[in-house]
Design a protein around this ligand. Structure first.
Ligand code: SF4
Length: 353
C-alpha cells in the first residue's frame, strides 16, 4: 500500500493539490513531524534544488495607518512603541536597498503603511525605483502599498515594479475577525488587479491568530485560486499594543506542519518564510529551509530579525546556497511556457504565419 505522504509527494510533483482530508492529516498528529518535513522537502528539492532566495523589506512609511488590522502594530489606535515616520526619501531607500543587494538580497520589497497609495505615493515609488536601479540595476522590485485603485497597477508596472505583494492573511470566513476597515474581497481584487497588469502576484498568510486547521486549509485553497508566484508564510509577531499581543499559541512543530502543507499546495511556487521565523521556529529554522525556498534577510516592518550573518550561516549550515541574481527562481515550466506576443498586428514585425 502506498504511504499517504508518498502519495502527496507524487501529487505535488504533478502540481495537483492535496484534498481537504489529506491536508488535515498533514496538520494532525497521525504522521511524525519529521516524516512530514522529509516528504515536503522532496518536493522543494525537486523544484528549487538547494537554493534559498533572499528578500529584504524596506518600510517606506511606518505607522499611522487608518486601517485596523488586529495583527499590525501600525494600525489605527495601536499603542505599540514602533518607529513612526512618513515617506523616506528615495536616496535613503536606495542606500538600504544597495546594502541589502550587496549582502545577497535578490528582491527588494518596498512597503508602505496605509489603505492604499495616492498619486503622489506612486510618484514616490517611481522615484525610489529609479534611485535603486542607479545602484543595483538587476534587483527585483516588489511593491506592497495596500489596496490598489483602477490603473495603479499599470502605473507601477510602468515604473519598473516587478511584483505586487498583498497578503490574504487569513481565510474569508475569518476575515471580519481580524479587520473591519476592508474586506477579504477587497484584498482578492487587488491581487487580481496586479496580476492583470502583468505584475508577479505575491500573496500569503499570517498564522497564529487563533485559526483552526480548517481555516489553514481553506486559506490554501483560496490562495490557490489567485495562482500566486510567491506565497509568504508569516507567523504572528504578537506586538505589544495590538489586540493580538500575548498570542503565543504556535509551536515550532505546528509551524513546520503548516509550511509543509503549503509546499504541497504550492509545489513550484516561491514559498517564502516570512515574519515570525526566528521567534516561532527558534532552533528548528534550519528544518524550515527544507520546505521554504525563500526568506527575508534582516529586519521586518516594525520588528528586528536575526542578523544577516546569522541568516547566511543558517543557510550554509543547513546545506543550502543563496540564489544569485542571474538564476531564475520559479521553475521554467511554470509560467515561461507563455510567450507574450510581440509580433504581428500592432507591431512593426510580420505576423507569425
Ligand atoms: S496591515 Fe497594512 S493596512 Fe493593515 S493596519 Fe497594518 S499597515 Fe495598515
Amino acid at each position: 500500500m502506498t504511504n499517504p505522504l508518498d502519495e502527496l509527494v507524487t501529487k505535488a510533483l504533478d502540481r495537483r493539490p492535496p484534498t481537504r482530508e489529506e491536508a488535515a492529516r498533514v496538520l494532525g498528529t497521525e504522521f511524525d513531524v519529521l516524516d512530514v518535513v522529509a516528504a515536503a522537502a522532496r518536493v522543494r528539492r525537486h523544484f528549487f534544488g538547494n537554493r534559498v532566495k533572499l528578500n529584504t523589506i524596506i518600510n517606506m512609511k511606518s505607522g499611522l495607518c487608518p486601517e485596523d488590522c488586529t495583527y499590525c502594530a501600525q494600525r489605527l489606535g495601536a499603542d505599540s512603541d514602533i518607529l513612526k515616520y512618513s515617506w523616506v526619501p528615495p536616496e535613503e531607500a536606495a542606500t538600504a536597498a544597495d546594502a541589502a543587494a550587496t549582502a545577497g538580497a535578490k528582491r527588494i520589497c518596498l512597503v508602505a503603511s496605509g489603505r492604499g497609495p495616492g498619486q503622489r505615493d506612486i510618484t514616490r515609488i517611481s522615484d525610489t525605483i529609479e534611485a535603486i536601479r542607479a545602484k543595483q540595476p538587476e534587483v527585483e522590485i516588489c511593491a506592497c502599498l495596500g489596496l490598489l485603485s483602477e490603473g495603479q497597477a499599470q502605473q507601477l508596472r510602468g515604473a519598473g515594479v516587478h511584483a505586487y505583494s498583498h497578503n490574504l492573511n487569513t481565510n474569508e470566513r475569518r476575515y471580519g475577525d481580524i479587520c473591519s476597515t476592508h474586506t477579504f474581497t477587497d484584498r482578492v481584487s487587488t491581487v487580481r488587479e496586479a496580476t492583470s497588469a502583468g505584475l508577479s502576484p505575491c500573496s500569503g498568510a499570517i498564522f497564529g491568530m487563533g485559526e483552526t486547521d480548517e481555516d489553514v486549509i481553506s486559506l490554501a485553497f483560496e490562495l490557490l485560486e489567485l495562482d500566486p508566484d510567491s506565497v509568504p508564510i508569516n507567523f504572528l509577531i504578537p506586538m505589544e499594543g495590538t489586540p493580538l499581543e500575548g498570542q503565543w499559541g504556535l509551536t515550532p512543530q505546528r509551524c513546520l506542519r503548516i509550511l509543509a502543507l503549503y509546499r504541497f499546495f504550492f509545489p513550484d511556487v516561491e514559498v517564502r518564510l516570512a515574519g515570525g521565523r526566528e521567534i516561532h521556529l527558534r532552533n528548528v529554522q534550519a528544518l524550515a529551509l527544507h520546505l521554504a525556498n525563500s526568506i527575508f534577510l534582516g529586519d521586518y516592518l516594525t520588528s528586528e530579525g536575526q542578523t544577516g550573518d546569522q541568516d547566511r550561516q543558517l543557510i550554509t549550515d543547513a546545506g543550502f546556497v543563496v540564489e544569485g541574481t542571474e538564476e531564475t527562481t520559479l521553475p521554467p515550466e511554470r509560467h515561461d511556457l507563455v510567450t507574450v506576443r510581440r509580433r504581428g498586428v500592432g507591431t512593426d514585425l510580420a505576423p507569425n504565419v
